[in-house]
Design a protein around this ligand. Sequence first.
Ligand code: ADP
Length: 591
Amino acid sequence: MMAIIGATMVAAGLFIAKVLEQSHIDLLRGNMMRELKVIAAEGNWGKQTGSDPELIVSYTKEAVMLKNLANTRITYVREDGKVLGDSDQDPAAMDNHHDRPEIAEARTSGFGDAIRFSDTLKKNMLYVAMRLDDPNRAGGYLRLAMSLEDVDATVRQVWYFLIIGLIVLFVLAGIVSYRIARGLTRPIEKITRVAKQITNMNYKARVNMHKNDEVGQLGQAINRMADSLQLQMNRITENENRLKSVLENMTSGVMMIGPDERIVLLNPAAEELLGFTAQELLGKKFDEAKQQFEFTKLIVECIDTRAQIRDEMIFYYPAERILDISLSPIAHDGDEWAGVLIVLHDITAMRRLERMRSEFVANVSHELKTPIAAVKGFAETLLAGALNDKDTAKQFLQIIFDESERLNRLIGDILELSKIESKRIPLHFSPVDMSSFVENTMNMMRPEANKKHIELQSQVPDDMYMEADEDRLRQIFINLLSNGIAYTPEGGKVKVRIEPVLGPAAAGREGENERVRIVIQDTGIGIPKKDLPRIFERFYRVDKARSRSSGGTGLGLSIVKHLVELHQGTIKVDSEPGIGTKFTIELPVIH
Ligand code: ADP
């Protein structure tokens, strides 16, 4: 572009210079021709006679005189080319001018001109010659010579202007085209930069441009593209986060195996169930992941058959657990095999509960069988004739009554326990005045204690209140007190002590974290150390015969433990065989 401008300028310059020079020369030539005509008419050229040296002297004199008038070098050349007069040089020393181009031209067409570098003057000279053809005179040629220095100077000046103009023009053109280019490229560079940022996943990048031309429209198009990309990406990340939080927070373990048989996903629950971190397993082939053999076999089976598989398996690592495993082959876009999705459920607790239930049912049936067998047996004996012996009959009927009573208690306890366990009974909390509450409860137990001459003692601070379900709390007391009475020999003691819990557990704000300690202690037969951990189990008895004779069901402590837990409390037992047993319960004061 700049080159084109430059070339055009140079060409124009050259042309102008040429034209200028030419017109200058033409003007000069015209003037010189006019001068020549005047000089030819004035002088008496070609008329003089004499020897050459004489002619030279006279013509040279004439020439010098004319030069003083016209201020141009003037030369007279004879027809044969001999120079006879010259204003500036000695004609004798000059060559024959017959073949000089201006003379030759003048010879044929009257006037001739030529531009030549004069060796003598070291200048470009314009020579104009004219043929003298006045019939009255001798022929010859008159020649004027003028230096072209002025012309050259003018042309040089033109060149100076031209060059300066050219430079100015160049600079201007440079500035203008730079600005135009910048105006074009800057926005494009800006757009390119933003496009690169978007490629590098910076979807917030925008082209800041408020033009309406093509480039501005391109910028707006890029912005709209970025908007929609950002929207899509937001949607994708939102979805991804949703899925991630589902996977991270679900209790089931999820594991995914890719089409290349490598583990591609493992959620926290699966990490926990399998005992390996995602870091350890991700990217590994499933059969190199140190998994239980049967588990690996299931995966292989699923990959081979491409069918859904569900199984239950005991895992021994990292903990003994029963896991429900479901494997589903995944397909993308209809048919393409994309791997296996494995979902793991920990069903240990469920299975344990089921086992406990069935054990409970077995225990209950067993417990019920004994009294029923007794009732049936004694009734049969009575029917078979024992009825006639009045004393025996009465004794048997008493046994039947006692056993049915036991049966009634047993069924009552079972119903109670199942109600508490299934948490079907809501607790009704209300403030309980402990000293009157303990007093009342003790009174209820007194007849039984008196029968065995057992002393009941209580130690309760005045003005002590706690929030509890009073009926449930009473049940706790009655069960523990009746155990104390039952397992304490005649003349023993059963004590109840209630006190606030001191120490760090009581710290905190007023009323909060405050607890009450209930201690029920007897001086009875005690419980052997090995049985202590089990006495809260249902139907567990240390001594079956003794429990039976005391009318126990084996459910009392179970019920107590559940009720204490419903009150957010704790229960523990200390016992020394032969010395006594101490149950310690701690309950929160406020719920
Ligand atoms: P039971 O109806 O047989 O008393 P519990 O569940 O109340 O059933 O008690 C379970 C077992 O714990 C009892 O059979 C008994 O062996 C033992 N036990 C409970 N309380 C005492 C106690 N205060 N002293 C000694 N042994 C006790």
